[in-house]
Design a protein. Structure first.
Length: 253
């Protein structure tokens, strides 16, 4: 039986990925900030499920997760943990910006590198990094979040090419959805400006395509159209359009 490790597993896409992989017969290692939810998930999925409650924004947390998995072969790593901070750069709290960078970039990089080395050594395994359509553009009013997802997309595609060049059978993929009905906007402090996709549908689509070895996983034709538009749209024009899209979001009080 193969083992999958999921970060940000207690809600949204991460939770639905755990449910789906359990149905497919995978053993699970789960992490997230909500220990009570992790315990409920472990009870639901059975004794083979292991978990560790961590806040990946804290220094030493990514390393603690890697240590927790020592001695276990992880066949599928899903770097799902992440969040956004809404507002102008001059107004968002610096500590929130830095926590975002620690989770969305630093923790993802540490965890990916650790398990990638193991997978590379045995020439097998899958890694799925959860990015966003935001990873293909600039994002006024969600500037740190968009920048972090650009990092995730470019890191994933670069590493994939490195692996392809050496003939590796390890596959790395990046999920790039649009708005999804998760806790993201609530944690960022805003409401949705467009109808969100269903987290269960996105999760299952992402798992199926990652295991099939796809690189960029966009769960709808509209997402692919948006990605294509960002490639041809001048940067300054894209920034103006996205600013007005984000401005329409209502701040949660």
């Amino acid at each position: 039986m193969k083992t999958a490790l999921i970060t940000g597993a207690t809600s949204g896409i991460g939770l639905e990925m755990a449910v789906y992989l359990h149905k497919l017969g995978w053993k699970l290692i789960l992490t997230g900030r909500n220990e009570q939810m992790l315990r409920k998930m472990a009870d639901r999925f059975g004794n083979d499920t292991r978990f560790i409650a961590l806040d990946l924004a804290e220094r030493g947390a990514p390393e603690a997760l890697c240590a927790f998995c020592r001695g276990t072969r992880v066949d599928f790593l899903i770097n799902n943990a992440g969040f956004g901070v809404y507002g102008p750069m001059t107004e968002t709290p610096l500590e929130r910006d830095l926590a975002l960078i620690d989770v969305n970039i630093r923790a993802l990089h540490i965890i990916m590198k650790h398990f990638l080395r193991q997978m590379d050594a045995r020439d097998s395994g899958h890694i799925l990094n959860v990015g966003s359509i935001a990873g293909f553009s600039t994002g006024p009013l969600l500037s740190s979040y968009y920048a972090s997802k650009n990092y995730v997309v470019r890191l994933t595609t670069a590493v994939r090419e490195e692996l392809r060049h050496k003939g590796s059978r390890v596959r790395v993929s990046v999920l790039c959805p649009g708005p999804v009905d998760t806790n993201f906007n609530r944690r960022a402090g805003v409401t949705f400006s467009a109808p969100p996709a269903d987290a269960r549908t996105v999760a299952r689509y992402a798992i199926d395509h990652a295991l099939a070895g796809d690189c960029i996983i966009a769960p709808s034709p509209l997402i692919w159209l948006g990605i294509a538009a960002m490639h041809v749209c001048p940067e300054t024009l894209a920034a103006r359009v996205i600013y007005h899209v984000q401005k329409r979001k209502q701040t949660i009080r």
